[in-house]
Design a protein around this ligand. Structure first.
Ligand code: HEC
Length: 221
């Protein structure tokens, strides 16, 4: 066949238009919500993991840490002291879970996030949790610096682990301009090290749909 097939041309144009519309839509949409940003918590959580966590907590342990380690000890047929010893031995720099390949760990971490972190960091991990007196952009995991950490390095694992373990605080101004301090409590005694790693795994999973080679347009200092 010679010449241009008008139908083929039409299909190609249509595809180009659709692609352009898609890109424009994505850019417009990303002004409201970040385009490839965090997935909703409800999508990360498998109902059975949330149920298991709630059942574990309903048994009345003083902290999620004790609930988790007691559960672990029972599962493995070891003493609580031995479960604690093993947990203490976990590295504080190397995440034992892989956010890209382990959706179960992501889900279990998302449940911990929902129970322990969401009040401040927000349902959409955007720094707009109900417990904060003012929204905090530094808690926004859509923010370029954190997206960079997540996308390019799979999350700043060791740094995040230490922040969660020891807590941190930040000085900001409230709505009337008065300086206030907002503190994240240390989770050292409240969460087992394995639970901290699970929470980190959830945070690391937020950009897993972006290819590892994707380059953010800019980075924060
Ligand atoms: C009471 C509020 C509050 C709670 C609850 C909370 N955080 Fe935070 N978080 C903060 C504040 C405040 C900061 C410091 C922000 C800053 O430095 O600007 C922070 C910082 C962080 C950072 C460091 C981010 C960075 O820029 O490197 C990580 C990671 C983090 N939190 C994870 C968690 C996890 C996981 C949980 C739950 C286990 C949690 N947070 C619970 C308030 C909270």
């Amino acid at each position: 066949m010679f010449g241009t097939n008008p139908t083929g041309e039409h299909v190609r144009n249509y595809r180009a238009v659709r692609a352009a519309a898609g890109i424009t839509g994505c850019v417009a949409f990303s002004v409201l919500v970040s385009c490839a940003g965090p997935q909703p918590l409800s999508r990360a959580i498998r109902p059975q993991d949330e149920q298991a966590y709630d059942e574990m907590m309903a048994r009345g342990a003083a902290t999620p840490r004790l609930a988790f380690l007691t559960n672990r000890a029972e599962e493995m047929g070891i003493t609580l002291a031995e479960a604690e010893r093993r947990d203490d031995a976990l590295s504080s720099t190397r995440n034992p879970f892989n956010a890209r390949r382990d959706p179960v760990a992501v889900s279990r971490g998302a449940v911990i996030y929902k129970n322990e972190c969401m009040a401040c960091h927000g349902e959409h991990v955007d720094g707009r949790g109900p417990a904060l007196p003012v929204p905090l952009d530094s808690l926004n995991f859509h923010r370029t610096g954190l997206r960079w950490d997540i996308t390019m390095r799979g999350g700043a694992a060791g740094k995040w682990f230490k922040t969660i373990e020891n807590g941190t605080s930040v000085e900001v101004k409230d709505k009337s301009g008065t300086p206030i301090t907002i503190s994240m409590p240390p989770f050292k005694d409240r969460l087992a090290r394995e639970q901290i790693w699970l929470a980190v795994t959830y945070l690391q999973s937020l950009d897993k749909d972006i290819p590892e080679s994707a380059t953010p347009k800019s980075t924060e200092p």
